[in-house]
Write a protein that binds this ligand. Structure first.
Ligand SMILES: C[S@@+](CC[C@H](N)C(=O)[O-])C[C@H]1O[C@@H](n2cnc3c(N)ncnc32)[C@H](O)[C@@H]1O
Length: 442
């Protein structure tokens, strides 16, 4: 009985609580105070949690904003170091040959502008390719008397020669010589073409460095990362050294140096080791073999497909530079070309990667012999756009010139290199890395 009464006493409050309205009404003042404190604390906690979440979100947003700002700053810095062409991507930008073959030489309109103010009696194209630039310049200068072109690639030379010959029908007084030779021999080639060119100097010289689309698009040449072919990469088939020889026979330290210096590849040591290890299994014999090795090395690294393609592009660039001895040849040839210019003559160079561009920039500065080696001379800002300081008003008519560097032996007409317009970049992805620098002899 006592047990039943106890159960009854316990169950009444439980039962009644279930039937009664919310308990707060029935709380004692003390209980109400502690409930209020607890609620306040809980609310405060949840607010500060929300707050923190908002703050967290803001932090994330902030870091994203910071990243964006950093990217923008890098972009602006890059933009500052170059002059993006404002030239309309128009009639001179794509060159149509007689046989309806459409060829898009890089920065064509800009190159034509560089020489347009000159009375061009002689012109030398050091890198004929398909003669796109040459053809446009010959057509823009009916006064041209002496033309010399050269290329190390027999396919390019033959194609260019055909295009130049076609132009000779309408420029019958033009003397045109083309050579299947390296531009490092420019002086002896000019002497061979016409000794007077060496004595009086030439009015304009063009170097459009790098590979032609004919070379890249032919897998048999071994230049393309995306098409399988032999590990060749020679621009001049007379040369004996091929990419395959470097990969399979050169000492490991030399392989590493090539990747490091000519490809600016941060994973050079790992790649060097893998390349040397591959020799134990017969070596690398096709661009596909090399790409597979690069894919395995870069597997799991950041960047995914972009990662291995970028690495492969750097490795291919490194091998191509080594096979063709491009950088040594360039530096020597820039000096030789400048020496071949007549007073007032211009040398224009289009480069396609930072190693080349650095050489062009530094060699130009060395050639002109500035009083200050930094190139920061005689520049004036007007309306946010740099305008060169010049004593000669007639020069100022050349709209493409923004800022110059004057030296004892010559003037750099492009303190900052000219890069393709946004439109050209969109229409011709190969133009994206192009930089045009021009020097004039005093
Ligand atoms: C980008 S293409 C030139 C395209 C040309 N400007 C046009 O409009 O068709 C570069 C050419 O330079 C040639 N070349 C590269 N290095 C050379 C060198 N050291 N001497 C002569 N030709 C070279 C290549 O064989 C290639 O045909």
């Amino acid at each position: 009985m006592a047990k039943q009464m106890i159960l009854c006493l316990i169950s009444i409050p439980l039962f009644s609580r279930a039937l009664l309205p919310p308990p707060a009404v029935y709380l004692t003042p003390r209980a109400q105070r502690s409930l209020a404190t607890a609620t306040a604390t809980a609310t405060a906690n949840s607010i500060s949690k929300n707050d923190r979440m908002i703050k967290k979100k803001t932090k994330k947003q902030k870091s994203e904003e910071k990243k964006k700002a950093e990217l923008l700053a890098v972009k602006r810095k890059k933009e500052k170091r170059r002059t993006r062409s404002e030239k309309e991507f128009g009639s001179t930008t794509s060159f149509e040959f007689d046989n309806n073959e459409n060829h898009i030489p890089v920065l064509l309109g800009e190159v034509v502008d560089v020489f347009s103010s000159l009375n061009l009696r002689s012109f030398v194209d050091c890198t004929l390719g398909a003669a796109g630039h040459s053809s446009a310049i010959i057509q823009a200068h009916p006064e041209l008397e002496n033309y010399v072109g050269m290329d190390v690639d027999p396919v390019a030379h033959a194609k260019a020669r055909a295009h130049i010959d076609a132009l000779l029908h309408s420029h019958f007084h033009l003397k045109a010589n083309t050579f299947l030779r390296n531009f490092k021999h420019i002086k002896s080639l000019l002497a061979e073409a016409d000794p007077s060119l060496l004595h009086s100097g030439v009015d304009a010289i063009l170097m459009d460095l790098g590979m032609s689309s004919m070379q890249v698009n032919n897998p048999e040449r071994g230049f393309s990362v995306l098409a399988n072919g032999p590990l060749d990469m020679r621009m001049d088939p007379q040369v004996t050294l091929k990419a395959e020889d470097i990969l399979n026979c050169w000492p490991d330290t030399e392989v590493g140096r090539v990747l490091r210096e000519y490809g600016e590849e941060s994973n050079w040591r790992l790649l060097q080791n893998k390349i040397v290890q591959a020799r134990l299994h017969g070596g690398l014999h096709s661009t596909g073999d090399l790409v597979d090795l690069i894919r395995n090395v870069t597997h799991g690294m950041r960047g995914g497909r972009q990662g291995w393609i970028k690495t492969a592009t750097r490795v291919f660039q490194a091998l191509r530079i080594a096979v063709n001895d491009e950088l040594n040849t360039l530096e020597k040839s820039l000096n030789a070309c400048f020496e071949c210019l007549a007073p007032g003559g211009r040398l224009a160079v289009i480069s396609f990667h930072s190693l080349e561009d650095r050489i062009v920039k530094q060699t130009f500065l060395n050639i002109i012999e500035t009083d200050r080696g930094d190139g920061d001379v005689d520049v004036e800002e007007r309306g946010g756009r740099e305008i060169r300081k010049t004593e000669d008003e007639s020069d100022a008519k050349e709209m493409w010139i923004r800022s110059m560097v004057h030296g004892r032996n010559g003037t750099i007409l492009t303190k900052r290199p000219i890069t393709p317009s946004e439109e050209e970049e969109k229409l011709n992805s190969r133009s994206r890395s192009a930089k045009l620098r021009v020097i004039e002899r005093v």
